[in-house]
Each structure stands twice: as structure tokens, then as C-alpha cells.
Design a protein around this ligand. Structure first.
Ligand code: NAD
Ligand code: WQD
Length: 337
């Protein structure tokens, strides 16, 4: 299939391009580079062994820009990663988050349908469950109150896409609810490249390990979890990338709406991650306990059985692979791209 990949220069998009080409698909990337570097696409092409990945530096809010791309290519489906994703920033700039993520998706979907491309895989998030009423979380767990505008953009866009599919059954909409993506391609050539101070745990750990930051702050050790620190379902980004290729099969089967949790089903605490990182990589990660971070929940991990049963997808990488590949990327690219 020929796939439009929005946000393809970013962390998850770049890894997904590799899995797409490995499975025999082709892709065209649209990205405004607001949170990425085109060097990622050069390295993706190098890993795949092709001269270049077709790329348009276009904002998905730019209708004319998207029209030009659709005039030049025929797409079987869109994998839609483009969006702003910093939770804290979304609290300070809610308008920018709603305008970019929701406005951008509305424009994208309108241009898609005008060109007869009605298949979309959307990057959703475990954040739509809010403070989940069941653990492990299944897809039938009700959605909850998000604690920030970023989370609401995901929750609202799920609703928007489902309503569009309901009104026009020619659409196939796959909502992938990612848990906590970490790791990097085993080659060490591509990985997560956050601007400024990392918000997420793993890039913070790797930046401490490489000497860019003094110590990790562990946000709370008084949660009702085995060691008191927050528990999450960390998933290797290559496993996550592969889930998108499996999701294309659902589209081929004309699934209508498909909603899937994409995680490993295992919960690891902050200290589990830190200790695994130190053990596997043999580098120190100084840390100290800090107060809880506003909006955090104690425990979040999923039951990924539905993705296995319906998409034939399951995670292959474990915690040791995650910490090893995160470090391989960071230690060989201390300044990112
Ligand atoms: P990322 O920031 O690395 O990638 C997103 C890409 O989208 C970037 O390259 C950015 O430049 C681009 N982009 C943003 N707004 C755009 C616009 N208006 N037009 C064109 N391009 C635009 O983030 P990621 O971690 O790869 O996340 C990909 C998707 O997955 C996002 O939608 C994110 O919300 C979602 N998600 C991420 C996580 C996570 O923890 N990384 C978890 C759940 C869901
Ligand atoms: C993980 C654990 C922290 C940093 C976020 C978004 C979610 C999704 C994934 C996009 C928590 C602890 C973290 C640090 C720490 N993104 N921590 N010190 O909060 O589970 O999810 O990213 O959709 O929407 O909310 O991920 O990596 O920030 O935190 O102790 O410096 O690590 O408290 O327990 P989170 P995270």
C-alpha cells in the first residue's frame, strides 16, 4: 500500500517508516518539522537502503499544501502522527494545542475524503482513559477525565473520527492507544530527540546517564504501588511501529472502527526502569525522590489481548531491550540529530 505518514519525521513516525518499507509498503511523509529534524528521514532511508523518503515540509493545517500532495500521489491510507504532544506545554498553551491537533486533523481528514482516501490510523494515547477504572486496562474501559488539553485533543479527535466513520461507512478508522513508548531502533541511528528539558522518563534517564543533566527527579515514592513509584506500560518504539503495519490489515478487512491498546501488558515502576537501565548498560543514573507531579496517576498498564486477537500484533521486546536501545541511541548521538 502507499501510505501518507503525517508527522513522519518525528520519533514514532520515523520508526514506523522502517516497518512499513520492511513489510513492502511505500510512504510519503508530510511534516512541518516543528518538533523534528529532516536528518531523521535521511537516516531512515539509509537504514531501509533507498535513496530517500518522499517528503513534503507542509503543515497539516495548510489545506493548499495538502491538496498539492494529494494531486501528486494516490494514497491507500494515512497514518496520522502529526501533532503537538508536550503535556505541560498544553496546559500553558491550550489554544495552540487545540488549533494544531484538532484543526490540523479536521483539515487533513477533509482533504483525504475529497480525494477518496478514507482510511486512517490515528495516534491516540492511554491518556484518554484518565484515571482508569480498571487495571489492566481493556478497550472496554470507559474513557475518563483528561488532566490536560493535550489529552483532551486525543479524546476529542477519537470522537471526531468515530462520528465521521458513523456518518460515512466507507471510512475505516483505527485508533491506536499507545501506552509509554521508549527505546530506539537497534541500529542507534534514529531515536527520540526532545527539545529542551525532557518531559518523559526515559529521555530524562538517558540525558542524566550521558552527563547532560545532574540527576533524575523521581516524582513521588508514596503511590500505592510495589515500590511507591509510578507504574507504566513501557513499549519499545519498534514494537509500536510494527503495530501500525498490523493495523493496515484491519483497514484491508474493512474494520469500520477499530480501537486497540498498544502496550506490553507489563507494568514497571520508575525505579524498575532506572535499575534495569543501570544493570543492562553499566552506567550510573543518580536520582533523588521529589514530590509527586501534578496530574500523574499511580498505575497504568493495559491488557493488549484485543490487538493480538484481531491484528495479530504483540510486543516482542522486553525491558532490557528498551533500556539498551535507548542508551545506544543517546550514547552515540549525545546531541541528538
Ligand atoms: P514527535 O513530536 O516526535 O512527532 C510528531 C511530528 O509531528 C513531529 O515531527 C512534528 O514536527 C510534526 N507536527 C506537529 N504538528 C504538525 C503540523 N501541524 N503539521 C505537520 N506536522 C506536524 O512525537 P511522537 O512521539 O513521534 O508522537 C507521534 C504521535 O503519537 C503524536 O500524535 C503523539 O501525540 C502521539 N503519542 C505519543 C506518545 C509518546 O509518548 N511519544 C504517546 C501517545 C501518543
Ligand atoms: C512516566 C513515569 C512519572 C519523568 C506521558 C503522557 C501520556 C503519553 C506518554 C502522549 C511517571 C515518572 C517522569 C521524570 C519521573 N504521551 N517520571 N521523573 O506521564 O505516563 O505519560 O507520556 O500521549 O499522555 O502523559 O509518561 O514518561 O512522563 O512518566 O519520575 O523526570 O515516570 O511520574 O510515573 P506519562 P512519563
Amino acid at each position: 500500500m502507499n501510505i501518507l505518514v503525517t508527522g513522519g519525521a518525528g520519533y514514532i513516525g520515523s520508526h514506523t517508516l522502517i516497518e512499513l518499507y520492511k513489510a513492502g509498503h511505500t510512504a510519503v511523509v508530510v511534516d512541518n518539522l516543528s518538533n523534528s529534524n529532516p536528518e531523521s528521514l535521511r537516516r531512515v532511508a539509509e537504514i531501509i537502503g533507498i535513496p530517500e523518503i518522499p517528503f513534503y515540509k507542509v503543515d497539516i493545517r495548510d489545506r493548499e499544501g495538502l491538496e498539492r500532495i494529494f494531486a501528486e500521489h494516490r494514497f491507500d491510507a494515512c497514518i496520522h502522527f502529526a501533532g503537538l504532544k508536550a503535556v505541560g506545554e498544553s496546559v500553558e498553551k491550550p489554544w495552540e494545542y487545540y488549533e494544531n491537533n484538532i484543526g490540523g486533523t479536521l483539515t487533513l481528514v477533509d482533504v483525504m475524503r475529497r480525494h477518496g482516501c478514507k482510511n486512517i490510523i490515528f495516534s491516540s494515547s492511554a491518556t484518554v482513559y484518565g484515571d482508569p477504572v480498571e487495571i489492566p486496562i481493556t478497550e472496554s474501559c470507559p474513557k475518563g477525565q483528561c488532566t490536560n488539553p493535550y489529552g483532551w485533543t486525543k479524546s476529542m479527535l477519537e470522537q471526531v473520527l468515530m462520528d465521521i466513520q458513523k456518518a460515512d461507512p466507507e471510512w475505516n478508522v483505527v485508533l491506536l492507544r499507545y501506552f509509554n513508548p521508549v527505546g530506539a531502533h537497534p541500529s542507534g541511528r534514529i531515536g527520540e530527540n526532545p527539545n529542551g528539558i525532557p518531559n518523559n522518563l526515559m529521555p530524562y534517564i538517558t540525558q542524566v546517564a550521558v552527563g547532560k543533566r545532574k540527576e533524575l527527579g523521581v516524582f513521588g515514592n508514596d503511590y500505592p504501588t510495589p515500590d511507591g513509584t509510578g507504574v507504566r506500560d513501557y513499549i519499545h518504539v519498534c514494537d509500536l511501529a510494527a503495530a501500525h503495519v498490523c493495523a493496515l490489515q484491519a483497514i484491508c478487512r474493512h474494520c469500520g472502527i477499530g480501537i486497540y491498546n498498544i502496550g506490553t501488558g507489563h507494568g514497571y515502576s520508575v525505579l524498575d526502569m532506572v535499575k534495569a537501565f543501570i544493570r543492562v548498560n553499566g552506567v550510573d543514573v543518580p536520582y533523588s525522590i521529589k514530590p509527586r507531579r501534578a496530574g500523574d496517576i499511580a498505575t497504568c498498564y493495559c491488557n493488549p489481548a484485543k490487538a493480538k486477537a484481531e491484528l495479530g500484533w504483540e510486543a516482542k521486546y522486553g525491558i532490557d531491550d528498551m533500556v539498551r536501545d535507548s542508551w545506544h541511541w543517546q550514547s552515540t548521538n549525545p546531541e541528538g540529530y
